[in-house]
Design a protein around this ligand. Structure first.
Ligand code: FNR
Length: 411
C-alpha cells in the first residue's frame, strides 16, 4: 500500500510499522504496563453513539472552529510528541509545516529535537510550545522567555509526567537515548532499509532545544544524558503560579484528569486545560480521558477552555468529544503514524483523513456547522428509550438543545 492509498488512520499505522524498526514503532505505539489505558481510551469512543437528524440542509458544511480568538480550519490539532526525529528526519518541523498548511494548531514537544525557534520560523501562527518543567527552574524560565521572544501565542505545561513510566515495550527493546541498536535489534532494523538510511544520513538526533543548557560543545549523547537528568521532575501548583507570572499569553495545562484540579487551574488563571492521560503512556489504571471529560466540563463551566486528547483515531471520535463538552481535540499518534510512514505527505494524509471523516459525519448527523454540535446528538449508553421532542422541524436551536436521552424520568 502507498500513502495515497491509505483509507484510514489504521492504514497509516500499518505503513509506519512497515517502515520503522520495532524499537522505534513500539515507542510510538506502546503504553504503560499492560496497556489497559490505551484500550480504555479507544473503547471509550466506541461506547458513544451519535443519533442522526435528517432533513436538515447540510449542502454546505463548515468544520472551522475558533480557539483562543483564532480561527482554525478544523476542530483538531497536533498534540506534542517527543523524539519524533527518531521516526523521520525533521519530523517536528514536518508536523509544524503540515499543521500550518492545514490551518490547525501544532504543539511542539518539550522533548522535541528541533528548537522552539525553528518551529516558530516554519509555522509562526500555528506553533504552540509544550513545556516540561526542568529540575533547574532557570532552564524552564529561559524556555518560556524563548517561546515569548519567538512570538508564540500559547504555552502548554504538561503535568502528567511526575515520574517516568514503566513502558514495557521500551524496556524489552532496550530503548535508551540516544538510540543504541544492540546486535539483535540491529538485525531487525536492517529489515527496514529506508529508516536505516534516513537515520544514518542524519546521524543521531540531537535535542537542539536543550543544547544551550548543556555543557558547551556537548555531543548528542551528552545532551541526551543532560535532558534525562532534568526531566521528569515534580511540578506543583506553586510552580504553576510562577509559570503563570512568567508567561503573559495563553497558558494551557495538559494532563488534567480530575475536576478539582481543573477548578484549581482556573483559580490560578490558566486559559485552558487539556484533558488527557498522555495517550495511555503514564498510568495504566487511569480512566479514559473521554470518561472524565463531562465531569470536568461541569466543574469549570466557562471559566476556561476545555480540550481533550487520548485515543482519537476517527473524525467521528473528534465530534463525540465535542458533543461531550470539549472545545477542541488533539491527536498524537494519528499524525505521527502519517509522518513516520510518509513524511510531509503522510502528515497531510492523516489530517486529510480526519478532516474528511468529520465532514461526512457532520453531514450524516445533520450538523452543518460546529456551532450546532452538542449533547443533543449523543445517545447516552444507559438511555431507556429515545424521547420525542416537541419541535416538528429541527432548527439550529433544536440542535443545540440537549435531547436528554438519558433522562431516566422521561416516559
Ligand atoms: C507523546 N505525548 C507527549 N505529550 C507531551 O506532553 N509531551 C511529549 O513530549 C509527548 N511525547 C509523546 C511521544 C509519543 C511517541 C506519543 C505517542 C505521545 C502524548 C501526546 O501529546 C498525547 O497526549 C497522546 O499521544 C494522545 O493520545 P493518542 O492521540 O496518541 O491516542
Amino acid at each position: 500500500m502507498k500513502i495515497e492509498e491509505a483509507v484510514n488512520i489504521d492504514d497509516l499505522r500499518r505503513l509506519a510499522r512497515r517502515r520503522l524498526p520495532r524499537i522505534a514503532f513500539d515507542f510510538i505505539e506502546g503504553g504503560v504496563e499492560d496497556e489497559h489505558c490505551i484500550a480504555a481510551n479507544e473503547e471509550s469512543f466506541s461506547r458513544h453513539r451519535l443519533v442522526p437528524r435528517y432533513m436538515v440542509d447540510i449542502a454546505r458544511r463548515d468544520q472551522s472552529a475558533a480557539l483562543f480568538g483564532q480561527s482554525f480550519a478544523s476542530p483538531f490539532g497536533i498534540a506534542p510528541t517527543g523524539l519524533a526525529a527518531l521516526f523521520r528526519a525533521d519530523a517536528d518541523l514536518i508536523l509544524a509545516r503540515a499543521a500550518a498548511a492545514a490551518n490547525i494548531p501544532f504543539i511542539m514537544s518539550g522533548a522535541s529535537t528541533a528548537s522552539i525557534e525553528a518551529a516558530a520560523e516554519v509555522a509562526p501562527a500555528h506553533t504552540w510550545y509544550q513545556l516540561y518543567a526542568a529540575r533547574d527552574r532557570k532552564i524552564s524560565a529561559d524556555m518560556i522567555r524563548r517561546a515569548r521572544d519567538a512570538n508564540l501565542s500559547t504555552l502548554v505545561l504538561t503535568v502528567d509526567v511526575p515520574v517516568s513510566s514503566k513502558r514495557e515495550r521500551n524496556v524489552r527493546n532496550g530503548f535508551e537515548l540516544p538510540l543504541k541498536l544492540k546486535w539483535s535489534k540491529s538485525l531487525e532494523a536492517l529489515m527496514h532499509p529506508l529508516w536505516i538510511a534516513d537515520y544514518l544520513r542524519r546521524g543521531i538526533p540531537r535535542f537542539d532545544n536543550w543544547a544551550p543548557y548543556a555543557a558547551p560543545g556537548a555531543s548528542a549523547k551528552e545532551i541526551a544524558a543532560f535532558v534525562a537528568r532534568q526531566i521528569p521532575c515534580s511540578v506543583t501548583w506553586r510552580d504553576l503560579e510562577e509559570f503563570r507570572r512568567l508567561w503573559p499569553r495563553r497558558l494551557v495545562i495538559k494532563g488534567i484528569m480530575h475536576p478539582d484540579d481543573a477548578v484549581e487551574a482556573a483559580r490560578i488563571g490558566v486559559d485552558g486545560i487539556m484533558v488527557s492521560n498522555h495517550g495511555g503512556r503514564q498510568l495504566d489504571q487511569a480512566p479514559a480521558a473521554l470518561e472524565v471529560l463531562p465531569a470536568i466540563c461541569a466543574a469549570v463551566g466557562d471559566k476556561l477552555t476545555v480540550m481533550l486528547d487520548s485515543g482519537v483515531r476517527r473524525g467521528g471520535d473528534i465530534l463525540t468529544a465535542l458533543c461531550l463538552g470539549a472545545r477542541f481535540v488533539f491527536v498524537g499518534r494519528a499524525t505521527l503514524y502519517g509522518t513516520a510512514a510518509g513524511g510531509f505527505c503522510g502528515a497531510q494524509k492523516a489530517i486529510d483523513i480526519l478532516r474528511k471523516e468529520i465532514d461526512l459525519v457532520m453531514g450524516q448527523i445533520g450538523c452543518p456547522s460546529l456551532e450546532g454540535i452538542g449533547p443533543g446528538f449523543l445517545l447516552q449508553p444507559d438511555a431507556p428509550a429515545l424521547r420525542t421532542t416537541e419541535r416538528a422541524e429541527p432548527d439550529s436551536a433544536a440542535l443545540l438543545e440537549p435531547l436528554r436521552l438519558a433522562d431516566k424520568g422521561a416516559r
